[in-house]
Design a protein around this ligand. Structure first.
Ligand SMILES: Cc1ncc(COP(=O)(O)O)c(C=O)c1O
Length: 448
């Protein structure tokens, strides 16, 4: 096979681009082939412990999605959100009507929802909702006094996607006024970042900046920073601090959706932690469509026609989401993933961190989202580590780490993300851990 795509598609990965191709997949097994070197052409199977950047929660080729998709293509129609759709209504009712899957947290009386094509687009819409909350849509000017709120608070190590900056290019006053533009003085906003998971730093920041904060944007478990789970009580306190200071709370659950043994990670022993906007993505598309959902309090909105999107909750997308979520519920996959994930965490601690202190510092995580923090030595040999794991039959991803951190939090090194699909069984995670162990022995040999 000529692998023509490698030359034609943008290379976002630089010289470390992985020398492998994929010829197909089924369940957790991906069929890979070596593309270069003496072994070029060698085919081998790889167990998926990444879910395609955390998006393929049902693994490859789930029959339930194939059937739903084929049926929807044939029968569901393709109306945009200008026209009500029976398929869309079925999904939204299943999620938000009384007794719906998300209704305890987001009752339809209090929240509305919009669909986007990706996590980044979902987060863009969340930011728009935040910015437009201080703008009078009818008079096309700031709500008196609201301009003083000009800070969006984020967290060190945060990751919310790539995008933005398109607005200034739009040559239509109606859509641009009230939003940041080439004139940074009017309607602008600044971002500030505080350490994640440190309640004292949050209290301190709000005590001196509370009056200026427009919104707080948080990942309940920081993904790209290295799978960081905040201490108990932190997220609820953050929600309270935001509320007391009159700021909106935006939860970025693009990555965490359906990965922590429950649908939402903004949860503690008292139940749902209230948010003003929640964005979910990745697993929501069941590995078959790229989609996200922005769930926002009813009082939040944008100017009429301000964020129309061609693919906002198209019937096909809704059919895929509904079939996938029904399957997850019917099979008890969330509950099972909590148990399977518990075993995965043990294996990562006992087989990797304990036996390879030269390569790994710590394993942490919950449900089916785990991180194994690398030592400086392993991080310096990242390319070798990635390829060796794949050649030993397991696909994991590597996060870049949070970068420089403040307030006494230690610097985070690169982290290996182990986040197999929701359909993984205990046998699967045992096999994943065994292959990670084999890979670690091989890396130790080649890099010591
Ligand atoms: C927490 C979080 N938010 C947003 C995004 C962006 O999502 P997408 O890649 O679908 O645009 C990601 C992607 O990795 C993410 O991890």
């Amino acid at each position: 096979m000529p692998w023509f795509d490698r030359d034609v598609q943008f290379n976002h990965y630089g010289p470390d681009r992985l020398p492998f191709g994929c010829t197909g997949a089924s369940g957790l097994v991906q069929r890979f082939v070596e593309l270069s070197g003496d072994d070029a052409g060698r085919a081998f199977d790889v167990l998926d412990a990444s879910g395609g950047y955390g998006s393929a929660c049902l693994g490859a080729g789930p029959e339930v999605i194939a059937t739903a998709m084929a049926d929807a293509v044939r029968t569901a129609g393709y109306v945009t959100d200008e026209i009500a759709s029976a398929e869309r209504a079925l999904l939204l009712e299943r999620l938000f009507a009384p007794g719906g899957l998300f209704a305890d947290r987001f009752p339809a009386a209090d929240y509305r929802v919009s669909g986007r094509n990706s996590g980044s687009e979902g987060m863009e819409l969340a930011l728009r909702l935040v910015l437009e909350s201080r703008f009078d849509h009818r008079r096309l000017r700031a709500v008196p006094g609201a301009e003083e709120r000009d800070v969006v608070l984020g967290f060190e190590g945060a990751w919310h996607g790539w995008s933005g900056g398109l607005l200034p290019l739009m040559n239509r006053r109606h859509y641009r006024i009230g939003l940041p533009s080439v004139d940074p003085e009017r309607f602008g906003f600044r971002t500030e970042h505080i350490p994640f998971g440190d309640p004292d730093a949050a209290r301190e920041w709000f005590a001196s900046n509370g009056g200026r904060v427009l919104a707080v944007v948080v990942e309940p478990i920081q993904g790209d920073a290295g799978i960081l789970t905040p201490p108990e009580g932190y997220l609820r306190e953050l929600a309270a601090l935001a509320k007391e200071s009159g700021a909106l709370l935006v939860a970025d659950e693009v990555l965490t959706f359906a990965k922590t043994g429950r649908f939402f990670a903004m949860t503690d022993e008292r139940g749902a932690i209230p948010t003003d906007v929640t964005v979910i993505g990745k697993s929501l598309g069941m590995g078959a469509v790229s989609t996200s959902m922005v769930i926002a309090r009813r009082e939040l909105g944008v100017r009429p026609t301000g964020t129309v999107s061609t693919s906002d909750l198209r019937p096909l997308t809704c059919a895929v989401i509904r079939a996938g979520l029904e399957h997850i519920v019917a099979e008890g996959l969330l509950e099972r993933s909590a148990t399977v994930g518990g075993r995965l965490g043990e294996l990562l601690r006992d087989r990797l961190v304990a036996d390879f202190p030269d390569l790994y510092r710590e394993a942490r995580g919950t449900g089916l989202i785990h991180g194994v923090e690398l030592t400086d030595h392993a991080a310096a040999n990242l390319g070798e580590l990635r390829s060796t794991m794949i050649r030993n039959g397991v696909y994991v991803e590597f996060m870049s780490g949070a970068g420089r951190r403040s307030h006494g939090l230690r610097y985070l090194n690169a982290t290996m993300r182990v986040a197999p699909p929701l359909v993984s069984t205990v046998d699967d995670v045992e096999a994943i851990a065994a292959r990670l162990t084999d890979g670690s022995h091989a890396v130790r040999k080649t890099t010591s």
